[in-house]
Design a protein around this ligand. Structure first.
Ligand code: NDP
Ligand code: OXD
Length: 306
């Protein structure tokens, strides 16, 4: 079995060593133009030229959960596209979102500013029951986040394409229930895949429906959010602020207004990092399963876009 590795932004050495250790019988090499045809590919942000040459691939393993960039390329139609399915990302996402929600709910930023100014402040406690968190996307990551938020007894709403039964989560389904979901949500968490249906989904019209003083946490993709609409709603006092991990252009350009906005907290696409050992173990296991003809989790429906 031949495996080709094409992740131009990653240092190939440690990934190749890990894949070779996990699949000792396979021939594994870093793709170069003109390389021999392979059975499976492990990829992250490959060029179109890679797929144009490797048109015979049986399996394409995306080294991330989101496949939006991959699906913009022309892929070999017979190949099974598989994305990372948790692989250590869900617990990181749960930590990140709970931290952002609690930081806002408990006004830690306000306290930090007060202490800096030498103020022994007395802030009124907020009512947890009013602080409903709405998670858009109840897949591998969204479900884990929704469960983690319940630990802190926030009311949790969830919105997905198909109905889910998650204990304690108030479920909303599809376009017909989207407005109700928003109207019942104080803190909006985005964990949707980026597809033609979800692009720009957080815009002036939708974000205006959140409860007064709503707050936005975007940890999925930058193109889900209309940046100027978010800023306008925060500046008008309609929204309280946002925590953003993902951006339309990454790295975020130096002149983008998010950098200096006092009510926007940012991280550099770091909410759930791809973990090498977990990812290699998952991909190697799935390559072996596909070779045996077994089913695997995380197969992408390329028509649906996730
Ligand atoms: P999943 O595919 O497991 O879950 C996607 C969820 O979104 C599903 O519940 C799906 O509904 C729902 N959904 C999709 N389209 C719609 C729609 N049109 N309307 C309503 N609901 C919809 O993805 P993951 O949880 O693994 O990952 C989610 C995203 O998180 C990734 O695509 C990626 O962009 C982002 N991500 C960001 C990272 C970061 O570091 N910032 C790290 C990893 C991922 P249904 O269940 O009904 O199909
Ligand atoms: C992913 C990401 O999609 O890191 O896995 O954004």
């Amino acid at each position: 079995m031949n495996i080709t590795f094409c992740c131009p932004s990653l240092p190939a050495g440690p990934w190749l060593a890990g894949l070779k250790a996990a699949l000792p019988d396979a021939e594994i090499s870093v793709w170069q133009p003109g390389a021999l045809p392979a059975d499976h590919a492990v990829v992250w942000a490959p060029p179109q030229a890679f797929f144009d040459e490797q048109a015979q691939l049986k399996g394409i393993f995306n080294m991330g959960a989101g496949v939006d960039a991959l699906l913009e390329l022309r892929l070999p139609p017979q190949a099974t596209v598989v994305r990372l399915d948790d692989a250590g990302m869900a617990v990181q996402m749960a930590e990140y979102v709970c931290h952002a929600v609690i930081r806002h709910f408990r006004e830690f930023e306000g306290y930090a500013a007060d202490m800096e100014a030498g103020l022994w402040s007395d802030r009124k406690p907020r009512r947890r029951a009013d602080f409903s968190v709405g998670v858009m996307g109840l897949g591998v990551l969204g479900e884990r986040v929704a469960r983690a938020l319940q630990t802190f007894e926030f009311p949790v709403n969830g919105w997905s394409r198909s109905a889910k039964a998650i204990d304690g989560v108030n479920g909303f389904v599809g376009a017909a229930q989207f407005n109700d979901f928003l109207a019942n949500t104080q803190v909006l968490v985005n964990l949707l895949p980026l597809t033609p249906e979800t692009q720009n989904i957080m815009n002036h019209a939708t974000l205006s429906q959140l409860k007064p003083d709503g707050y936005v946490i975007n940890v999925a993709r930058g193109a889900h959010l209309v940046d100027d609409d978010l800023i306008a709603l925060i500046d008008s006092g309609r929204l309280a602020g946002a925590t953003l991990d993902v951006f339309r252009v990454e790295p975020l350009p130096a002149d983008h207004p998010f950098w200096t906005h006092p009510k926007i907290t940012m991280t550099p696409h770091a909410s759930a990092r791809t973990l090498r050992d977990e990812s290699i173990a998952q991909i190697a296991g799935k390559i072996m399963a596909l070779e045996r003809g077994d089913g695997v989790a995380g197969v992408v429906d390329t028509g649906r876009g996730y």
